[in-house]
Ligand binder design. Structure first.
Ligand code: CTP
Ligand code: MG
Length: 383
């Protein structure tokens, strides 16, 4: 059975606010849409994914493609969720899917086991949805704030997505649909007189609808996060020169650092520390000194690339501590500028970046002024 996933992401997210459509907002460093795409794309039973989008969102979509390190197929959606789903289903018809999972981009936390349950239920049923019993007492409220009457909760469940369907009967049900907008795809099957079955939903698979839902998501991700540290060390030879790059700042002290790139030992140490957090090896593997491409390269490129790898590993830097070891140049006059620049590169508050300097009491290569060493410790949160 070829299973395709339709992720509907063409809505405007008006109830959530936040300035941009909610599916493009980031939660702990990763966009909601990238999380939803990953949840389905990375599941072994899902063969293809189509994302239904609003063509106005090109820039946001480019950012998600960069996050995922891959382009993904998109089709333009419509004015209602129902219209958007239909656009995705047409794409799936052409693709030749046997079954589809229709998923709200705004539900980034669907688990692999939820998808397993849906896939295995597709052997028995043509329409399956995740549902959760409603826990609160329910009341019918009138136009004002007055309660009209209680609602019997027996048998009431909340429907989630992904909702899974054999494609042919779902297309038929959509073709017969005369109402323009229904709340979900199960409702379309039911309107056509079809049967829909349930599997257990997940409390964690909630839809981001209001600002409070974003707070809840941030809180839950923070609870699940682990903290890791990475450390880095770099040394470059010191020679008389007009300028030196150190921690992303240009110094004019009559000394320079010698190396293949701009030889910014500070940024190299921080880059290695970030790679350490990401479990991604060392700077030499990613930017081999043998590659002419990196001759004279500005080292902020290396750091930004390492941060990108960290983001892809689900991580975000939260703190950096750098120690520069040299007799000269004196670091004091540059300390604030270095701190600002590193904070900017790491996307951190300057209060979360520290620059220390020390000498080695005239001992060793740093003591003799032959070289400068830099050490860095970076702390990151992984979710
Ligand atoms: N959706 C869609 N096309 C629409 C409307 C909604 O693809 N015309 C998608 C949304 O992007 C979302 C899902 O359907 O992933 C569920 O809809 P909802 O939570 O209502 O999202 P929005 O419509 O974006 O939010 P709001 O109603 O608050 O504006
Ligand atoms: Mg909506």
């Amino acid at each position: 059975m070829r299973i395709g996933a339709v992720i509907v992401a063409a809505g405007r997210g008006e109830r959530a606010g936040g300035g941009i459509p909610k599916q493009y907002r980031r939660l702990a460093g990763q966009s909601v849409l990238a999380r939803s795409i990953r949840a389905l794309r990375d599941h072994p039973h899902v063969d293809t994914v189509i994302v239904v989008i609003n063509p106005q969102d090109t820039e946001h979509l480019d950012a998600v493609a960069r996050e995922l390190d891959a382009r993904f197929d998109t089709v333009p959606g419509g004015a209602t969720r129902t219209a958007s789903v239909q656009a995705g289903l047409e794409w799936m018809r052409t693709y030749g899917a046997d079954a589809v999972m229709i998923h709200d981009a705004a539900r980034p936390f669907a688990s692999p086991s939820l998808i397993d349950r849906l896939v295995s239920a597709l052997d028995r049923h043509a329409a399956v949805i995740p549902a959760l019993p409603v826990a609160d007492a329910l009341v019918q409220v009138g136009d004002g704030d007055a309660v009209r009457h209680p609602v019997d909760r027996t048998g009431l469940q909340a429907a989630q997505t992904p909702q899974a369907f054999h494609l042919a009967p779902l297309l038929e049900a959509y073709a017969r649909l005369d109402e323009t907008a229904l709340p979900d795809d199960a409702a379309v099957i039911l309107a056509a007189g079809g049967a829909v079955h349930t599997v257990a939903g997940e409390a964690g698979n909630f839809k981001l609808t209001t600002p409070g839902d974003f707070d809840r998501a941030e809180g839950e991700l923070a609870m699940k996060a682990i903290t890791v540290t990475g450390q880095g060390l770099d040394v470059h030879r010191l020679e008389p020169a007009e300028t030196m790059w150190l921690c992303g700042i240009e110094l004019h002290e009559g000394l320079g650092l010698i190396g293949h790139s701009d030889a910014d030992a500070g940024l190299h140490a921080v880059t290695d520390a970030v790679l350490g957090c990401a479990g991604a090896g060392d700077i030499g593997q990613h930017f081999p000194p043998s590659d002419p491409k990196w001759r004279g390269a500005a080292s902020d490129k290396f750091l930004l690339h390492a941060l990108d790898l960290l983001a892809k590993a689900g991580g975000q830097a939260v703190h950096a501590d750098v120690t520069l070891i040299a007799e000269r140049p004196k670091i004091g006059p540059y300390r604030d500028a270095m701190r600002q620049r590193l904070a900017e590169l790491l996307d951190l508050d300057p209060a979360r970046v520290n620059i220390k300097a020390t000498t080695t009491e005239k001992l060793g290569f740093t003591g003799r002024g032959e070289g400068l060493a830099a050490q860095a410790v970076v702390t990151a949160r992984l979710t």
